[in-house]
Design a protein around this ligand. Structure first.
Ligand code: HEC
Length: 208
């Protein structure tokens, strides 16, 4: 099937599912914090949980890394998540049960119970075949299991992963920094530019 038709199909199906009340207890995307939005737009009233990623901060090109997203605190009865990556050549895959892939992102398939004060979701990331630095974004919602959006709260976090040598940074010469010929895919991403600029500053300092 043509990929566009498949995408249109996914949108139609999710639009039907989410009407009329924007039910998200069976999963939601676009709320990982990658595009500035998170579960906290709707889920209010609870204490914010702490959320973190565990897993390798560097991978070989094409390698598969195992990661865990952990939610602690907050209402801590049940919870859910949304994970996204800012690189279309990287692939996210579910490992834990209770998760599903929706579009390019990972989310819960139903509210998942906390266990001993925490909720863990295991997943994997297949790195792109080329050197690049990418970011994994995650939003974790700590919910009170009333199947409503109040009394809950989410937090977001992100993890930078260096694939191979990472996004190429040109070493500045006497004439000053050259125009970067790589990293076009990351051009729109402020954090990546920030990291690149920080890298340049470090290099300069080391040389001077
Ligand atoms: C557009 C508003 C909206 C957004 C954004 C949203 N939700 Fe929800 N969510 C709801 C509503 C409404 C309900 C109650 C209806 C239902 O069960 O889906 C709900 C219910 C839930 C429940 C069950 C809550 C409980 O106390 O039992 C979970 C878990 C959940 N959402 C996870 C998430 C996660 C994780 C995110 C962010 C990645 C998210 N939601 C983003 C509106 C939203």
């Amino acid at each position: 099937m043509h990929p566009l038709i498949r995408i249109a199909g996914v949108f139609t199906v999710s639009a039907l599912w989410s009407s009329p009340a924007f039910a998200t207890s069976t999963g939601i995307t676009g709320q990982s914090g990658k595009d500035g939005m998170s579960c906290a737009t709707c889920h209010k009233g609870g204490e914010p949980p702490t959320v973190e990623f565990e897993g390798p901060a560097s991978l070989d090109p094409g390698a598969t890394g195992q990661y865990t997203f952990i939610i602690r605190g907050g209402a801590a009865k049940t919870g859910g998540l949304d994970i996204a990556v800012d690189n279309t050549d990287a692939t996210l895959q579910t490992v834990s049960t209770g998760m599903k892939k929706l579009g390019a992102e990972l989310t819960h398939s139903a509210p998942q119970p906390f266990n001993a004060g925490e909720l863990r979701f295991n997943f994997s990331l297949v790195a792109p075949a080329t050197d690049v630095t990418l970011t994994i974004f995650g939003a974790g919602n700590s919910t009170n299991a009333d199947l409503k959006s109040d009394g809950d709260r989410s937090s977001t976090t992100k993890l930078s992963v260096k694939v191979g040598k990472g996004t190429p940074v040109d070493v500045p010469n006497e004439e000053g920094p050259k125009e970067s010929d790589g990293g076009c895919a990351a051009a729109g991403s402020a954090p990546v530019w920030g990291a690149m600029l920080a890298g340049l500053a470090l290099l300069r300092r080391r040389q001077g």
